[in-house]
Write a new protein. Structure first.
Lengths: 565, 471
């Protein structure tokens, strides 16, 4: 069985393409969105999802969120005392939870998944996503770009007749813009642009900074639990302000023993986020320029991603494009649905046989070159593109290079990704050096072939024409990408890890929620303490009926308490 | 172009819809995931055909619209060109009405005054910090609108190419570039740097402390002054170097440097130049020399004025011939080197052939020694960089040939040094050729190879032993 997965910065979803089209699969709590949060409890067991998210407040040092931002880097996160994870492993834990849900719902083994990635993800980040799948024990052959996935679900649902549309995807941690056209069953991506470090989290952090500034509190004075709590409350406030933009909303906070009140309305929020809104402009402009389109040639502008619910995004779009954007599909679910459609396309589902997707490569890829100036000096570091950005993939291109000096014995190629004409401003992906026979430089060409496949992964090949030798570059020297040996080691380490069984998820998340409320609400502590004790003893009986009875009671009580707050 | 239409199975006048339909049909059998190569070819055909069809249709529209004087390349641009003019009209999409469905609202055309905008931009870029500049740009409500911003960005870029705004700092320029999102070409940055250097007269970054060469280059060309300046030691070389570096960075665009001035200095600094300015400079030098001699003679010795003048004149003439001969030799050297480096295999053998010719000329009874010596000496010019190797070969050859000649040709002892001289190019070429053959490289690369080097030492040592044993 093959599933589609949206591995998001804040939430992840899993979907499948079945007889009645794409549908999403709920987790044991009955929710479609599983928070991308991983936590380790006192016994060293791993928690994923909502329970882990609640533990951000109660156990901030043992819990981690937003790790998608570290994909493709060698950053290591410590959870508790014993555990150390890379972003790939944390993602693998989330993937495992999603796959377990899918297997439970489908009653079938899931062996493969199509995972969505931000269109603007580079080579290292895409490789890391694939490795995360490998660590989760599934095959990930196909990666799909998030805006493309969103357009796929949207385009197939509502615009069978085709048209051009722009997908504005503002997720928790990344921002993507893609311009697509659909005609005659072909979904063609024209251009993609984006910012890998701009998302809903940044808006939230801007609000937090403004709040702390207003209250005159230094962020360093807050305990990690307090700042996690503050972020959670602000997230709620942000949602409230986005939903009811007309009025001001107040927030009561317990910080450093004092109760503080902070008010926020939409206008103030937009003001706080002004610098971030400015950063949204450039990718939109670039995608339009690259697609060579004017706003009036676009049929729709579609907002997806949870953070696109903020009214300021719609306002920005209408100021730039002179019209209002559309939000037909639920912005959280569009990408996962699209990934599920892509999974259906991968196995050539009959209903999708007529749909063909062509995507593009969002970055320019090339090598660093040097040239000899007239006075004999050599100027190096000139970026020579081989695959231009927004080329339709799969694409394979060859450029021919010559050694700088006569009788040179070795040529080194540095492979870069980026848009700057100087290599130092671009991202180094890898190196290759090839031996060439000693000849005059203009008789000694080396062909460099870049092949960028449908999943956005790059393969580089250098051919020495004189000898006919071909060298393939292994782009794995990058510290952000794990080697096969390392993957094997991590896989063993992960298999030793104890993960709470799926059936317990509901109970665990209730306990985590109660603990979080205990931390937040001073007035309800006695009640919560008692209820927690009662529920724990019910769990100890191990009788399913007793447990479910208590669970219902406990859950409705927590709902009541939270509503009171 | 037609290959693209053929690949899609269409006639050349197919329109956009037909192209898309054909592409979609072909894609059903040529899928990107199952046959990447065929897909790439198909996609390229599709893109090419589409571009052609779009270009063609937009061109036709333009012709219909009577805008026939506009360059067709411009028509391909996405924005109507009149937006670029100041006070041009454009449809408005105001930011304030964002909450309404603005697409359905008819708004009167608004005007964007580009000249005023640009002047203010330049003033702010000059007087304020770069963050203030960014804020000012971001706050421009009209520039939120994509089409207008693109048009204004193009116009700003155009001004940049025309040298406007090049005086502002890198950070300010970066702020403008970031805002409008146009790429700034590296040559434009180099050019900007060069222009700044010329304006400030600070040539340190080009390795020149003295300001005089740059000032001289900016001045209009006057031959008496130029000749006078050329008399100063090292001035020509410094000025020529600066001029060529600046011109390289200016990338051939009109420059504030005087063209004739830089041409004058560059020619004089080039040893491969042997034209009228060379003679003029040598003439002036000789004249100065002659005057100096005359003054010395007037002070030191008394005699008839006519006689002194004649002596000074003769000295001047002599100096002129000397200078010109020196420059002429340099010129020949350059020409010879260029010939050698071009790697023509037969030309490689010219020095060797001259050596053989010199040996043959020695056979001529009376003038043989003189002629042979001249030809042999000339052949050495080709290898002028390998003086020490040649010296070792010569000494070795003198000793070895001396012994041979004593035995074989006892009548010609006086031509021994010349024979040795003629042997040099022959020996050099022989050992070079051996090395080149072994390493499979062309002959001209073999210059300075270790084999010939060792051979020259062996020759020296061998010749020394030879003469030591047999004398």
């Amino acid at each position: 069985m093959i599933v589609g997965i949206d591995l998001g910065t804040t939430n992840s979803l899993v979907g499948v393409y079945g007889g009645d089209g794409a549908r999403l699969i709920a987790n044991p709590l009955g929710e479609l969105l599983t928070p991308s949060v991983v936590s380790v409890d006192e016994d060293g067991n791993v928690l994923v999802g909502r329970a882990a998210r609640d533990r951000l407040v109660t156990a901030p040092t043992e819990t981690v969120a937003s790790f998608k931002r570290w994909m493709g880097t060698d950053r290591i996160t410590r959870l508790g005392r014993k555990h150390q994870f890379r972003a790939e492993e944390l993602s693998a834990l989330v993937l495992r939870a999603l796959i377990a849900d899918a297997e439970a719902a489908l009653g079938e083994k899931v062996s493969e998944a199509v995972i969505s990635v931000p269109a603007y993800f580079g080579d290292a980040q895409r490789k890391a996503t694939r490795i995360a799948g490998e660590l989760a024990g599934i095959k990930v052959e196909r990666l799909i770009n998030e805006p493309t996935a969103a357009a796929l679900s949207y385009g197939l649902q509502s615009r069978a007749e085709g048209g051009r549309f722009l997908v504005f995807d503002l997720g928790g941690g990344t921002f993507d813009v893609s311009i697509l056209e659909m005609f005659e069953g072909v979904m063609e991506v024209h251009a993609s642009a984006g910012d890998n470090f701009l998302g809903g989290d940044d808006f939230l952090h801007a609000a937090r900074d403004a709040c702390l500034r207003d209250l005159g509190i230094d962020a360093k004075q807050l305990s990690s639990s307090e700042s996690a709590q503050l972020l959670r409350r602000l997230e709620e406030l942000k949602r409230l302000v986005s939903m009811q933009p007309g009025e001001a909303h107040a927030l009561e906070l317990n910080l450093r023993g004092n109760t503080e009140t902070w008010k926020l309305d939409e206008a103030r929020f937009a003001d706080i986020c002004e610098p971030l809104v400015q950063r949204l402009r450039a990718p939109l402009e670039r995608a339009m320029r690259d697609a060579r389109l004017t706003p009036d040639k676009l049929d729709e502008i579609i907002l997806v991603g949870g953070a696109s619910r903020m009214p300021l995004t719609a306002r920005l779009v209408s100021r730039m494009f002179g019209r209002l954007p559309l939000r037909h599909v639920s912005p959280d679910e569009a990408i996962a649905l699209g990934a599920a459609v892509a999974a259906g396309m991968k196995v050539r589902d009959q209903k999708l046989e007529e749909v063909i997707l062509t995507d593009i490569c969002p970055h320019t890829l090339g090598v660093g070159t040097g040239k000899e100036l007239e006075d004999g000096q050599i100027k190096t570091g000139i970026f020579d593109p081989i695959i231009q950005r927004n080329s339709t993939v799969p694409v394979s291109r060859v450029n021919r290079y010559f050694p700088i000096r006569d009788w040179q014995k070795q040529v080194e190629f540095n492979i870069y990704q980026g848009e700057s004409p100087r290599v130092e401003n671009n991202v180094l992906l890898g190196k290759i050096s090839v031996n060439v026979p000693a000849k005059r430089c203009n008789e000694n060409p080396v062909d460099v072939r870049f092949t960028y496949d449908i999943n956005g992964l790059l393969q580089v090949e250098a051919t020495v024409i004189a000898t006919g030798q071909t060298h393939e570059v292994i782009l794995e020297q990058n510290p952000g990408v794990l080697s096969p040996e390392e993957i094997r080691q991590r896989l063993q380490a992960l298999s030793k890890l104890k993960v709470h069984p799926r059936e317990q998820q509901e109970n665990l998340s209730l306990i985590a929620r109660a603990e979080r409320l205990y931390e937040e609400l001073l007035w309800a502590r006695v009640q919560l303490q008692e209820a927690l004790l009662r529920f724990r003893s019910a769990l100890d009986t191990q009788e399913n009926e007793t447990i479910s009875q208590h669970r219902e009671q406990f859950s409705s009580m927590l709902d009541y308490i939270e509503a009171q707050a | 172009m037609s290959w693209a239409f053929e690949a899609l199975g269409l006639a050349r006048d197919a329109d956009e819809t037909q192209i898309k339909r054909a592409y979609a049909r072909k894609l059903k059998t040529t899928r990107p995931d199952s046959d990447p190569h065929a897909f790439q070819a198909l996609n390229e055909a599709y893109q090419t055909a589409l571009q052609h069809a779009q270009y063609f249709s937009s061109n036709q529209e333009e012709v219909g619209d009577s805008a026939s004087s506009v360059d067709p390349q411009e028509n391909d641009a996405l924005f109507p060109p009149q937006l670029l003019d100041s006070e041009a009209s454009l449809p408005s999409a105001a930011g304030e009405t964002a909450q309404q469905d603005v697409a359905n609202i008819e708004t009167p055309p608004r005007y964007f005054a580009f000249d005023a905008f640009f002047n203010e931009l330049a003033a702010i870029a000059r007087d304020r910090t770069e963050s203030e500049l960014s804020t000012w740009l971001n706050q421009h409500a009209e520039l939120y609108e994509l089409q207008l911003k693109a048009a204004v960005g193009d116009a700003v870029h155009d001004q940049l190419r025309r040298n406007e705004l090049l005086f502002i700092s890198d950070l300010h320029l970066q702020a403008i570039v970031d805002f409008f999102g146009f790429g700034i070409e590296p040559w434009l940055m180099e050019r900007r740097h060069a222009l700044q250097v010329i304006a400030d007269e600070r040539t340190l970054s080009y390795g020149e402390l003295d300001r005089k060469p740059l000032r001289e280059l900016k001045r209009p060309f006057q031959w008496p002054r130029a000749l006078f300046m050329a008399m100063r030691p090292t001035f020509v070389a410094k000025t020529a170097r600066l001029a060529s570096l600046l011109h390289m960075d200016l990338n051939g665009w009109p420059s504030p440097l005087n063209r004739e001035q830089s041409q004058f200095y560059c020619q004089l600094a080039d040893p491969g130049y042997f034209g009228r300015w060379r003679f003029a400079v040598n003439g002036v030098r000789a004249l100065i020399g002659a005057v100096a001699i005359l003054l010395l003679l007037l002070i030191a010795a008394k005699g008839a004025t006519e006689e002194l003048l004649l002596t000074a004149g003769a000295w001047g003439l002599g100096l002129f011939v000397l200078f010109t001969a020196w420059n002429g030799a340099a010129w020949i050297k350059v020409k010879a080197r260029n010939t050698m480096q071009r790697g023509n295999p037969t030309l490689q053998l010219v020095p060797c052939g001259l050596g053989v010719l010199a040996l043959l000329l020695l056979m001529i009874p009376e003038y043989g020694a003189g002629l042979g010596g001249a030809v042999a000496a000339f052949s050495l010019l080709f290898h002028w960089q390998r003086v020490f190797q040649m010296l070792r070969f010569w000494l070795g050859a003198v000793w070895i040939c001396g012994w041979l000649i004593e035995r074989l040709l006892p009548t010609h002892p006086q031509s021994l040094p010349i024979i040795a001289l003629a042997m040099i190019p022959i020996l050099l070429t022989a050992f070079d050729a051996l090395y080149a053959r072994q390493h499979q490289v062309p002959l001209y690369v073999a210059a300075g190879n270790p084999w010939t080097q060792k051979a020259s030492y062996l020759f020296l040592a061998g010749g020394f032993l030879f003469s030591f044993i047999f004398h």
